[in-house]
Write a protein that binds this ligand. Structure first.
Ligand SMILES: NC(=O)c1ccc[n+]([C@@H]2O[C@H](COP(=O)([O-])OP(=O)(O)OC[C@H]3O[C@@H](n4cnc5c(N)ncnc54)[C@H](OP(=O)(O)O)[C@@H]3O)[C@@H](O)[C@H]2O)c1
Length: 231
């Protein structure tokens, strides 16, 4: 008998990086896991579904098929994000960055009515929400919206619980860089942090596992960022 035995989990964006690590930890914890994203995937011991979190009809059908499920995690980035100086930014790019928020909103709005009353939700925000640096205005605004959404939704969806994990700079396939360029990116990006290295997907996922398993926690955000926000 393991921690999540008998639980059914749906992990959107669960096929890469932080979402994949969450999928694997839930599976290893005994849950029956469905991982969803736009790609076709094959993950040992996990049911993969091809789904776009912006497709509400498909999401509704997925949740209806899994009536009474226990755990909802959404780690889907949603689509391309706008990074760089705000005054040079294409406004369509800024607006499109909110695909992450809409994917999250869709999944909570459409998923929670199909969850068990003892269910729990985890969403991933991102440290630009509270670490104010030039060039991160769009993603920071999205992250801030995700965190406000979590706190406000907690009041409305109880007894289902909802919490967030706020990743700092984490080494995942989100960055397409390779070799020395990749190493330099993570070194310069974490210089001055209290723990000056990129985090791992597993370090983020373990915070989600805590939030999903602790039945006395709701409406909160756990920072997993090597101390980035407090520097
Ligand atoms: N890595 C970091 O440094 C970092 C920092 C701060 C916050 N975060 C946040 O942490 C979360 C996970 O990031 P990550 O680094 O693990 O990213 P990742 O490795 O790029 O994985 C993103 C996942 O989201 C899925 N996805 C994207 N758009 C989707 C859509 N429209 N519908 C369904 N699935 C979609 C992707 O699969 P498909 O492409 O197949 O759909 C993939 O499984 C995101 O919310 C991200 O903003 C990450």
């Amino acid at each position: 008998m393991t921690k999540f035995s008998g639980k059914k989990a749906i992990v959107l964006g669960g096929t890469s990086g932080i979402g994949l690590a969450t999928t694997e930890m839930l599976r290893d914890g005994g849950a029956e896991v469905i991982a969803g994203s736009r790609r076709e995937c094959g993950i040992d011991g996990v049911e993969c579904v091809t789904i776009d979190v912006l497709d509400r009809e498909a999401l509704s059908a997925l949740f209806e098929r899994n009536q009474g499920f226990d755990i909802l995690v959404n780690a889907a980035t949603g689509g391309p994000r706008a990074i760089g100086p705000f005054l040079d930014m294409e406004l369509d790019g800024f607006q499109n960055s909110f695909a992450k928020l809409w994917g999250y909103v869709n999944s909570v709005r459409l998923g929670v009515p199909h969850m068990a009353a003892t269910g729990a939700v985890v969403l991933y925000s991102g440290y630009p929400a509270r670490k104010y640096r030039p060039g991160t205005l769009a993603i920071g605004t999205v992250g801030g919206s995700v965190e406000a959404f979590i706190r406000l939704a907690a009041n409305e969806i109880a007894p289902v619980r909802i919490n967030g994990v706020c990743p700092g700079l984490i080494d995942t396939p989100m960055s397409p860089l390779e070799g020395e360029e990749r190493k330099a990116y993570y070194e310069s990006g974490t210089e001055g942090h209290l723990i000056p290295r990129a985090g791992t997907a597993a370090e983020c996922a373990s915070a989600a596992i805590f939030l999903l398993g602790n039945e006395f926690v709701t409406g909160t955000i756990v920072d997993v960022d090597g101390g980035a926000i407090v520097t």
